[in-house]
Write a protein that binds this ligand. Structure first.
Ligand SMILES: Cc1ncc(COP(=O)(O)O)c(C=O)c1O
Length: 489
C-alpha cells in the first residue's frame, strides 16, 4: 500500500460507528426532554468568541469535536423543536425524518439526475402531492429548499409560459410591454424577491388591497388588471395566498381561479403555510380551487413538520416546467442506458444541478404517519389556536388584534393603558422579556399600527396547556412592565 495516499475515512470504523450511536442516543434524549428546557437562550459571549478562530491547519479528535458540538452548539439553537415555540412559521421536525437526513448524507447521492433510485423516490413524493392536491397526471414538481425557492420556481415558469417573445434569448429586453404580477398586500416578501430576481422590477409587482379579513379584494384586483392593460402593460400572473404569514388569512382560491381563467392569467398559489390544509378533513374547504392552479409552492418544513430544509413546487403542465429550466450541454447528455439514463432529471426542472436527497425524509415521514395523521395534526394546530383565542378574549387585559381564523393569532397586552404608542413600546419590551425568560417564543408583527405578539402554530408538540402557560406569563410580564412604568416616555 502506498502510505502517501490519504483518505478522509476513519482509520477505525468501529470507533466512528460508536460515536455515531452515541450521537443518535444523545439526539433522542435531546428531543424527548425538550419540554424540560428553556425554549431559547442566547449564545454566551464565550461561545461567540469560540466561533471566531482561524481555520484549523491540522485535524482534531472526533471526540473533541463532538464535545464542542454538545457544549457550544446544542444548547443555543432557535428553539423551534420546543412545544412552546410559535415564532414566525417554523416546524419542529420529527425524529425519523432527522434520521432520514443522516441516511441521505450517508448514501450522499446527487439528486440532479441519472438512473439512480433517488429520482424514483422524489418522483414518488411528487406523485403523492399531485394526488393529494388534485393535480393532473401531466403535472410535474420539484423538491426545493423551502417556500422562497418554490415560489421562485413557480413564477419563473409563469414568466416563461406567458412571454410572447423568446425569453431565453432576449431576457426582458424582448418584452414590448411591462410584464406584471398581482398579489395582495399581505403576500410574503419572498414573492418580492422573486420579482427582483426575475428582473421584473418592484413596479411590476402590483399589490392589491385586502378586505377586513386580510383576504385579497377581488374587485380591486380585477380593476387593477384592467387599468394596467389599458396602460399598455402585460399582466401575466396572479399569486393567491393559501394562508398569509401575518394573520393566517386565506384568499378565496376558487374565485381567484375563476378570475385567472377569465383574464387568461397564470394562477400561482403561495401555499407555503396553507396548502396542507387540503389534508385536513375539517378545513380543506378553505383551499378549494387549489387543484385549478397552474403552480403551487408549498413548504414541508413548516406545517408538515419535516426538518429543515424542504419545500416543493408543483406545476400543472410538465412541458412548461421543463421548458423554463432545461438546457442542453454535452456533459449532461441523457442516455437511454447506463447511469446517465433515467426518466426524470430533476435538474431540468429547477435552478440547481447538484441536489441533495431531501426527498428521502419526506417519503419516510409520509410512510411513517400516513397523510391522514398529518391532516389531523393540521386540524389540531388550528383548534389549539382557537383555544388560545378564547383565552385572549376572556381576559380584560388582553386584546386580539387580528381575526385569527386558523393557526395564526395576533394579540397584545393592554392592561389599563389607552395610549397606542405606549402600548407598542410595552408589548415590544414584553416580547423581548418573554423570549429571554425561555418560557415561550411567539414572534411579532404590527397590524393597523398595533405592535402585536404573533403566534403561528405549526408545532406537533404543543398541547393546549402550553397556551395557558403563555397567557399566564404574558399577563405577569405585562403587569410588571406596566407597574414599573418602564415604557411611558
Ligand atoms: C406565506 C409564506 N410564503 C413563503 C414563505 C417563505 O418560505 P421559506 O421560509 O420556506 O423560504 C413563508 C415563510 O414564512 C411564508 O410564511
Amino acid at each position: 500500500m502506498n502510505t502517501t495516499e490519504e483518505t478522509l475515512d476513519p482509520s477505525n470504523w468501529n470507533e466512528m460507528g460508536e460515536l455515531g450511536i452515541q450521537m443518535v442516543t444523545d439526539m433522542m434524549y435531546n428531543l424527548s426532554t425538550v419540554r424540560d428546557r428553556k425554549v431559547w437562550q442566547a449564545p454566551t459571549e464565550d461561545v461567540k468568541k469560540y466561533f471566531r478562530q482561524h481555520v484549523p491547519e491540522e485535524g482534531d479528535s472526533i471526540e473533541n469535536i463532538y464535545a464542542d458540538f454538545k457544549s457550544k452548539i446544542l444548547p443555543y439553537p432557535t428553539g423551534n423543536i420546543h412545544p412552546r415555540f410559535w415564532g414566525w412559521v417554523m416546524g419542529n421536525g420529527s425524529p425519523l425524518a432527522m434520521l432520514a437526513d443522516m441516511l441521505s448524507s450517508g448514501v450522499n447521492l446527487n439528486q440532479g439526475g441519472g438512473n439512480q433510485v433517488g429520482s424514483l423516490v422524489e418522483a414518488q413524493v411528487i406523485e403523492w402531492f399531485k394526488e393529494l392536491f388534485g393535480f393532473p397526471a401531466e403535472a410535474s414538481g420539484l423538491i426545493v429548499s423551502g417556500g422562497s425557492m418554490a415560489n421562485l420556481i413557480g413564477l419563473t415558469v409563469a414568466r416563461f409560459a406567458h412571454a410572447d417573445f423568446d425569453l431565453r434569448k432576449e431576457g426582458l429586453y424582448g418584452s414590448q410591454k411591462r410584464m406584471t404580477v398581482y398579489a395582495s398586500k399581505e403576500v410574503h416578501n419572498c414573492v418580492n424577491k422573486s420579482a427582483d430576481l426575475l428582473g421584473l422590477g418592484s413596479d411590476s409587482l402590483r399589490f392589491i388591497d385586502v378586505n377586513e379579513n386580510y383576504e385579497i379584494d377581488l374587485e380591486k384586483l380585477r380593476q387593477q388588471i384592467g387599468e394596467d392593460r389599458k396602460a399598455g402593460m402585460k399582466p401575466f400572473c396572479v399569486v393567491g395566498n393559501a394562508v398569509t404569514v401575518n394573520t393566517g388569512a386565506c384568499d378565496d382560491i376558487n374565485a381567484l381561479a375563476d378570475l385567472c381563467e377569465e383574464e387568461k392569467l397564470w394562477f400561482h398559489i403561495d401555499g407555503a403555510i396553507g396548502a396542507v390544509l387540503q389534508l385536513s378533513e375539517k378545513y380543506k374547504h378553505l383551499v378549494k380551487g387549489m387543484e385549478r392552479a397552474d403552480s403551487i409552492a408549498f413548504d414541508l418544513h413548516k406545517w408538515m413538520y419535516i426538518p429543515y430544509e424542504a419545500g416543493c413546487c408543483l406545476v400543472r403542465k410538465k412541458d412548461q416546467h421543463y421548458k423554463a429550466f432545461s438546457l442542453q450541454a454535452a456533459y449532461l447528455q441523457h442516455e437511454k442506458r447506463g447511469l446517465s439514463a433515467g426518466e426524470t432529471w430533476f435538474s431540468d426542472y429547477g435552478i440547481e444541478l447538484s441536489r441533495g436527497f431531501k426527498a428521502l425524509k419526506i417519503w419516510m415521514s409520509l410512510k411513517e404517519h400516513g397523510c391522514k395523521k398529518f391532516g389531523r395534526m393540521v386540524t389540531q394546530n388550528i383548534e389549539q389556536v382557537q383555544y388560545l383565542k378564547s383565552l385572549v378574549e376572556s381576559h380584560a387585559d388582553l386584546e386580539l388584534t387580528d381575526p385569527a381564523p386558523l393557526n395564526i393569532l395576533c394579540f397584545r397586552y393592554t392592561g389599563g393603558i389607552k395610549d397606542n404608542e405606549i402600548l407598542n413600546r410595552l408589548n415590544k419590551e414584553l416580547l423581548l422579556q418573554l423570549h429571554e425568560s425561555g418560557v415561550a417564543v411567539p414572534s411579532y408583527t404590527t397590524l393597523n399600527g398595533k405592535y402585536s405578539l404573533r403566534v403561528a402554530n405549526t408545532n406537533h408538540r404543543t398541547v393546549k396547556k402550553d397556551f395557558n402557560i403563555l397567557i399566564d406569563k404574558v399577563l405577569e410580564l405585562g403587569r410588571e412592565i406596566e407597574k414599573a412604568d418602564l415604557v411611558s416616555q
